[in-house]
Design a protein around this ligand. Structure first.
Ligand code: UFG
Length: 332
């Protein structure tokens, strides 16, 4: 199939482009490069068409869809930082919600009815019971989660109104890097736990600050469900094969295992052989104490089982990437 990938130069988008090509699909990359890296797309999909463009440019999107005879769209292009969304909510509604409206409009005009979209566990807010299953009603507690839930609502409307076939994949904490060390996580500024811990191991930062040690969790630090980026990419392929016009699936993608911040730091010390100095700091605003997936629907509906999401595999692959690319994609 020929697939338009928005956010193709981003972290999860680039890993998925690579898997799509390895699986015999064709890819057209679309990214405004405001946060992505052209090099990531080049490495993932060398020789494929890349268009630098904005999601809000509906006519450019439509033109590419028609000229390239696109059959399905994978939509990764979005902002994904909880803290930033609290500070700049309009940025999130503009880019994530209005951007998706623009994409859906272009798809409808071009007659494309297959769409796989990145969603997030942030739509659930602070659920009272764990693990989180898809039946729990979304109750986002920050503009990022709200923007992604708004997008899911738009998809449901487009399904009912225009016969869209969609899969909204609700990621838990994406982590890890490609096994060959050529693709990985590169954000500026970096705010995610695992890259920051590994930057401390590399000597690029003095210490890791652990945000809060008084949460109602076994060791007092926040618990998250880390899922390997290559497992996420594999789930997109499985979702593509299930897309049917007029139907929508909304599925959690997590490993089903919770890991605390302290456990990440301790495991990273073993994997890297570095001391990784750590200190407790105040809680970060907007952080729920515990987020762990019930992934049984991913298994039963998509036939997806995470293969690489063990902590060792996540940290070993991420460490390889960071060691080889201490400046991210700027490292030649
Ligand atoms: N943390 C620290 N110190 C740091 C950075 C993070 O203690 O320097 C803690 C955070 O407080 C949190 C945990 O590590 O408890 C994980 O934080 P990340 O920033 O790595 O990830 P988040 O859980 O905040 O968010 C990520 C994505 C979101 C997504 C969410 C789903 O950025 O897009 O996972 O769980 F919604």
């Amino acid at each position: 199939m020929k697939i338009l990938v928005t956010g193709a130069a981003g972290y999860i988008g680039s890993h998925t482009c690579r898997l799509l090509i390895e699986s015999g699909h064709q890819v057209v990359g679309y990214d405004n490069l405001s946060r992505g890296h052209h090099m990531a797309f080049e490495r993932a999909a060398a020789g494929s068409l890349f268009v630098e463009g904005d999601l809000l440019d509906t006519s450019l999107l439509g033109q590419i869809m028609r000229d390239e005879a696109i059959q399905a769209v994978f939509h990764f292009a979005a902002f994904g930082l909880v803290g930033e969304s609290v500070e700049h909510p309009q940025l999130y509604y503009h880019n994530n919600v209005e951007g998706s409206v623009s994409l859906l409009k272009a798809m409808q005009q071009a007659g494309i009815s297959r769409l796989v979209v990145s969603s997030t566990t942030a739509i659930y807010g602070e659920p009272e019971t764990m693990p989180i299953s898809e039946e729990m009603h979304p109750a986002p507690i920050n503009p990022y989660g709200q923007s992604k839930w708004d997008v899911e609502c738009l998809l449901q409307e487009a399904r009912d109104r225009d016969g869209l076939g969609f899969a909204a994949l609700r990621y838990f904490n994406a982590a890890g890097a490609a096994a060959d060390g050529m693709l990985g996580e590169d954000h500026d500024p970096e705010t995610h736990l695992i890259p920051i811990v590994l930057q401390v191991a590399l000597g690029q930062r003095e210490k890791i600050q652990i945000f809060g040690n008084d949460y109602p969790t076994p060791d007092g630090t926040c618990v998250r469900d880390y899922v390997h980026v290559c497992d996420l990419a594999a789930a997109h392929l499985k979702a593509l094969n299930l897309l049917e016009p007029g139907t929508g699936i909304q599925i959690n993608l997590g490993s089903g295992v919770g890991t605390s911040v302290l456990e990440i730091v301790e495991h990273a010390r073993r994997v890297t052989g570095h001391e990784i100095p750590a200190e407790f700091a105040a809680r970060r605003s907007g952080d729920p104490p515990l987020l762990v997936a019930n992934n049984s629907q991913a298994n039963s509906i998509l036939g997806w089982t995470p293969e690489y999401s063990g902590l060792n595999s996540i940290l070993t692959s991420a460490w390889q990437w960071h060691r080889r690319h201490p400046q991210g994609y700027k490292t030649s």
